[in-house]
Design a protein around this ligand. Structure first.
Ligand code: GTP
Ligand code: MG
Length: 972
């Protein structure tokens, strides 16, 4: 239809003005579609009415009872009770005087029955008055005009030709104005046309243009409300130009006018209360939204602020004294002034954001204000910051070169800080600084030539702002800590020695006054940040231990007191908690650090008892429990011994001046509690009763000398570590000479060593492996070994003496006629290895030692014995040679291929407990010698029962030949 209305014109080949005489030019037209939208809804069809009724029924059934229905039910019940003669029952008080629900219902029915629905059909509908808007109320009407074209009158959308210089929208507006006058109130849907149509003219009708393009605008007739009236509707007279462009809608921006109005109001007010009142009511008339900035300018400075901070002098009365700058700088007056603004902003919420913007502007102007005005503004700003009216972040605008260089910004801030501190206290000041992100930037407000630590401290201290100095120092130390961390990383990356790095750390931490307990946590974080940690949790622990061991010196250097040790333990706990893969490494790291004497038992115990962090507490404490029990036992043992010693000193001393047992004991305890014994005094007193019993026994029973038993050292070995007992022949260079050992290797000597070691292994079944070379033997007790309650001296002395006695006892069996000339002896030591990896590395180290020594000795003795060189000559020949050179000497000089030298010489002897076949049907568990490479993982894979402490595996000798050692061993 719409399209029809437009195109009809072309059917008559209307010739419109063209824009140009060119053949290709088009005429431009604008058409306007003005709609009157429906006023009432359309009548429902039968189907729609059915659906609506059904929905209403459903809603009714699902709904809760209305008050009316409830009342109706109550009424009914009441009626029944009355009927039954229970007159006293009155559910709703005096019901006889009240209207019942049924009465109400009847009344409303009556009212409804009188109501008449208005007709959908209007008078104009009936008359068929097509010019009326009061018709077809449920449909859209479109405004069409009769146009005479070629003597025919046709109905068309109002349209006209576009005139050069107009926008299309302006043409549309013109059409409405020209055709219907200014009184028709229509609203266009946007500035762009909503449709377009083009049509070429018939050739014979063409003059300058080929056709016409029509752009359609759509508009809605706005005064529809009047159409509902029964009176004949009329277009509304607006009495003003139809609004078109935004710029035309705007009122003139007139801050000076606004200022004058505000100043006039303020001047009339006699006190602050009246000012507040005026500002409150003026908001209804004056446009605060638009002139908020001007309003604040006036309230702060008394007039309109112009860039630079001076006041605009335009107008008759450009300035008022009813402002902050003209108020007294006394805090009482300031507080009163503050309230004016607070009330205003509270009343007109939208001013909040504007006020923030205003402050950003005003603070930049402070240099243009009088010094006293600056003081007032600073004090007032402090109050606003304190009350939250101004966010502290706006103070950042003071960090501006031209405000800093003369100290204006600094002075302003100092005044503000002092006021804030006085008004709200230090915590509020610190919070404001933090919120404004100023705490780390305060130094930047000092003029360049004054920017030093000393000046900073002096300036702030002079104004009583010591707390800001503290805050500043804390910030600086934060910075220094970061610096320290990157210095350590750089040093390590540069390959500096541990010693140099430690010196650097000391120097930096002293310079920046970072205490040791903080340095150690930085060291931890830094060292751990250097590791590239394996994703697999089971591998991380060993990796971490290796990594930490490499850097152990750093930890040792910065744990010189308990506080640092505790800080380190807590940091490790935190680290292991936050890095889930390390959860199970904590215990191992602690044991390692304990062994490396980085942390002492005091610190570990303190951590365990009361100084641990709640992070992962249950897990870590549980893991540490065995270690702690061991430590506590050791500690308790030490304490008991100490008490014994004290007791006996006092007891025997007092014999001349006898005291009771109890008195002496108390005396000893008091002495210990006063002395600086490691355990906390509280704990000493817990032991009183236990120790009393034990001491009593030792003093009263047996002999008076028995107490000395308690002086024994408790030397239980750390649990869960591999125990290696290593023996080494004393002066065996002499012993071997004296007994004519073959050089460089004597099979008899090696066999005897192996035999004696087998005897030890037979006796101590917790030894999983022994390794021998030259005059030394290492016995590896499993990490879970409980032999002699893991008491070190018992283990080491028994292993050593059994080995030595076996060496002597079985001498003849291996040396035959070569008699033992004097008793040999061996030294022995215990070494602990916390991880499997450590143990493997230890054994690899011993085997590598055999290789180096044996290659050298083989060359040396061949040069001496076969080539006739003097010892010194042989030494000289071999000086500076590498293994390749030695292999070459052996091969070229003596035809020896070192690889063919028996493995027992090259690799040393590994003794393992194995099941072996002793005849066709029987097997037996025994000790077997193996000459294998234990540096390679292959060995540990083949003998995987060792570390796991499983039952011995079956072992098949090479060539099925039982070695003499085993043969002899089976005999005993
Ligand atoms: P301390 O152990 O410090 O008491 O001295 P030590 O003389 O025992 O030296 P060390 O343990 O370092 O070396 C062991 C020495 O035993 C070697 O240097 C050799 O002189 C000697 N030795 C060990 N096994 C043999 C061997 O099979 N034949 C010969 N001829 N000498 C051996
Ligand atoms: Mg030796």
């Amino acid at each position: 239809m719409f399209r029809n209305l437009v195109t009809k014109a072309f059917a008559y080949n209307i010739r419109r003005a063209s824009t140009n005489s060119s053949k290709e030019l088009w005429d431009l037209h604008v058409g306007v579609l003005i709609e009157r939208l429906p006023i009432i809804s359309k009548k429902l069809t039968n189907f729609e009415a059915d659906v609506m009724n059904t929905l209403r029924q459903i809603e009714f059934e699902n709904s809760l009872k209305s008050d009316h229905e409830v009342k109706k039910e109550k009424d009914k019940l009441q009626q029944e009770l009355i009927k039954a003669g229970t007159y006293e029952v009155d559910l709703d008080g005096d019901s006889r005087n009240l209207q019942t629900a049924q009465d109400m219902e009847d009344l409303s029915q009556q009212e409804v029955s009188k109501f008449q629905y208005a007709s959908r059909e209007t008078e104009d509908d009936k008359k068929g008055n097509l010019k009326s808007l009061n018709r077809n109320l449920d449909d859209t009407l479109m405004l069409v005009c009769a146009e005479k074209i070629d003597k025919n009158e046709i109905l068309l959308l109002p349209q006209a030709k576009w005139i050069e210089g107009e926008t299309l929208k302006e043409t549309a507006e013109r059409i409405v104005r020209d055709k219907f006058g200014c009184n028709l109130n229509v609203q266009f849907y946007g500035n762009a046309p909503c449709g377009f149509y083009k049509q070429k003219y018939k050739t014979e009708n063409r003059k300058n243009s080929v056709g016409s393009k029509v752009f359609f605008y759509r508009a809605v007739y706005k005064s529809v409300i009047y159409c509902m009236s029964q009176k004949a509707e009329r277009p509304v007279l607006q009495g003003q130009r139809i609004k078109t462009r935004k710029r035309d809608e705007k009122e003139k921006y007139d801050p000076t006018g606004f200022r004058d109005a505000v100043i006039a109001g303020l001047e009339k007010a006699e006190d602050l209360e009246q000012i507040s009142k005026f500002l409150d009511t003026a908001g209804n008339k004056l446009d605060y939204r638009r002139y908020g900035e001007v309003l604040f300018d006036i309230l702060i400075a008394g007039g309109l602020l112009v860039p630079g901070g001076s006041i605009s002098q335009d107008g008759e009365k450009p300035y008022t004294k009813a402002c902050i700058f003209a108020a007294s700088e006394e805090m009482e007056s300031m507080r009163e002034q503050e309230q004016i603004l607070i009330k205003l902003v509270r009343r007109y919420k939208y001013l909040e954001k504007m006020f923030e913007e205003e402050m950003k502007k005003v603070l930049v102007f402070i240099k243009g204000f009088q010094p006293i005005e600056r003081v007032k503004l600073a004090r007032m700003t402090a109050l606003w910051v304190a009350s939250g009216a101004v966010p502290p972040i706006v103070l950042a605008v003071l960090n501006n070169e031209h405000l800093i260089k003369d100290g204006v910004a600094l002075e302003f801030l100092l005044e503000l800080f002092v006021t804030l501190k006085q008004e709200r206290g230090i915590p509020a000041l610190i919070t404001a600084l933090k919120k404004g992100s100023l705490e780390s930037r305060l130094m930047e407000f000092l003029p360049l030539n004054k920017r030093s630590e000393e000046n900073f401290i002096k300036i702030f201290t002079d104004r009583g702002l010591e707390d800001i100095v503290k805050l500043h120092k804390a910030q600086a130390s934060q910075e220094a800590k970061r610096e320290l961390q990157s210095a350590i990383i750089d040093d390590i990356k540069d390959g500096k020695s541990h010693k140099d790095i430690i010196n650097d750390i000391k120097e930096l931490s002293e310079k920046n006054i970072i205490p040791e307990h903080e340095v150690i946590t930085i060291v931890w974080t830094t060292i751990m940040s250097l590791g590239e940690w394996n994703k697999k949790e089971e591998l991380v622990a060993d990796q971490a231990l290796r990594h930490l061991k490499i850097h152990a010196q750093f930890f040792q250097a910065f744990t010189t007191n308990t506080r640092s040790e505790l800080a380190l333990i807590l940091k490790i706990q935190e680290y292991c908690y936050e890095n889930m893969n390390f959860m199970n490494s904590f215990y191992k790291i602690m044991v390692l650090f304990y062994k490396l004497e980085i942390i002492s038992e005091d610190s570990v115990l303190k951590w365990y008892r009361d100084a641990h962090s709640p992070k992962g507490k249950m897990h870590f404490l549980e893991k540490m429990r065995p270690f702690m029990e061991w430590l506590e036992k050791a500690e308790e043992g030490k304490l008991f011994k100490f008490i014994c010693q004290m007791f006996h000193c006092f007891w025997y001393d007092d014999q001349r001046n006898p005291k009771t047992f109890e008195e002496t004991l108390k005396h000893s305890f008091t002495f210990i509690m006063l002395s600086n014994f490691r355990l906390v005094n509280k704990r000493v007193s817990c032991f009183y009763e236990t120790f009393k019993k034990q001491l009593h026994k030792s003093v009263m029973a047996n002999s008076r000398y028995e107490y000395v038993k308690d002086f024994e050292k408790d030397d239980r070995i750390l649990p869960n570590c591999w125990i290696v007992v290593r023996l080494d022949g004393k002066s065996f260079h002499k012993f071997t000479d004296a007994h004519n050992f073959e050089k460089p290797n004597d099979m008899r000597g090696i066999s005897l060593m192996n035999f004696a070691a087998s005897c030890v292994m037979k006796e101590f079944n917790e030894i999983i492996l022994s390794y021998g070379q030259s005059d030394e033997y290492s016995f590896v007790f499993h990490r879970s070994a409980a032999v002699y309650n893991r008491r070190e001296s018992k283990i080491v002395s028994n292993v050593n003496s059994l080995f030595t006695s076996s060496f002597v006892f079985y001498w003849d069996r291996w040396f035959g006629s070569e008699k033992l000339k004097y008793p040999p002896s061996f030294d022995a030591r215990v070494v602990l290895y916390p991880t499997d990896e450590n143990l493997k590395d230890y054994l690899s180290w011993r085997q590598a030692d055999v290789h180096i020594n044996n290659l050298y000795n083989t060359c040396f003795w061949n040069l001496v014995l076969r080539k006739g060189m003097k010892n010194s000559e042989a030494e000289e020949t071999l000086r500076g040679t590498v293994s390749g050179d030695k292999n070459e000497i052996l091969f070229s000089e003596f035809g020896i291929n070192y690889n063919n030298v028996p493995a027992i010489f090259r690799k040393g002897t590994i003794l393992l407990t194995k099941q072996i076949k002793i005849d066709k049907s029987r097997t037996k568990k025994t000790i077997v010698p193996i000459f294998d490479d234990l540096i390679k993982p292959k060995f540990w894979n083949e003998h995987d029962e060792l570390l796991e402490r499983k039952n011995p595996k079956f072992y098949k000798f090479p060539d099925d030949e039982l070695p003499k050692l085993v043969e002899e061993f089976l005999k005993i």
